[in-house]
Write a protein that binds this ligand. Structure first.
Ligand code: FES
Length: 170
């Protein structure tokens, strides 16, 4: 298989990327901002999009990967519809953070850093979410949940599994 086929990109993706590049036309050196925008669009950095980007910006793919992999904010795999970020910083750790993470991992059948096969759930474990006063903390679909307990998490997960996300976050 040729490299072009491997990194084939469709017209819809091309249009999206060209639009992003146009926005940052005057900041072509600002690769980080472009990558952030791509991730905002796809929730991760698809390899075919990065290949297209490397050709457009005339930067080698290796260089793009070398920059992108330096920052933990960038993801290279598609994440699930529901993203659970569990804190394992010191404050959360001493207040039972690891038990919450263990519970979520068991409930969903995946380890932190992974996504379920049905692409419904992703779990991430991070060092500190910056709201230690309400530890233990998880951010679930962008919503901060503090003073979490397994009982609360159980309810949240149950609702998410039944796809009642709108009811939870109101
Ligand atoms: S240690 Fe968890 S929010 Fe800071």
């Amino acid at each position: 298989m040729t490299q072009e086929l491997l990194y084939e990109i469709n017209d819809k993706q091309k249009t999206k990327i060209n639009k992003i590049l146009k926005t940052y036309e005057r900041e072509k050196g600002n690769l980080i901002s472009i990558l952030q925008k791509i991730q905002e669009t796809y929730q991760y950095l698809p390899s075919n999009v990065l290949y297209y980007l490397s050709r457009k910006l005339k930067i080698s793919l290796a260089e793009i990967y070398s920059i992108a992999t330096f920052y933990t904010q960038f993801k290279f795999k598609k994440l699930g519809k529901n993203i659970l970020i569990c804190c394992d910083g010191t404050a959360c750790h001493v207040k039972g953070g690891p038990h919450l993470l263990y519970f979520v991992e068991n409930e969903l059948g995946i380890r932190a850093g992974k996504t379920t096969d049905d692409l419904l759930f992703s779990i991430e474990s991070v060092a500190c979410l910056g709201c230690c006063a309400i530890s233990p903390v998880c951010v679930i679909n962008g919503q901060i949940y503090g003073d979490l307990t397994i009982k609360k998490l159980k309810r949240i997960l149950k609702d998410l599994k039944e796809d009642k996300t709108n009811q939870i976050f109101k």
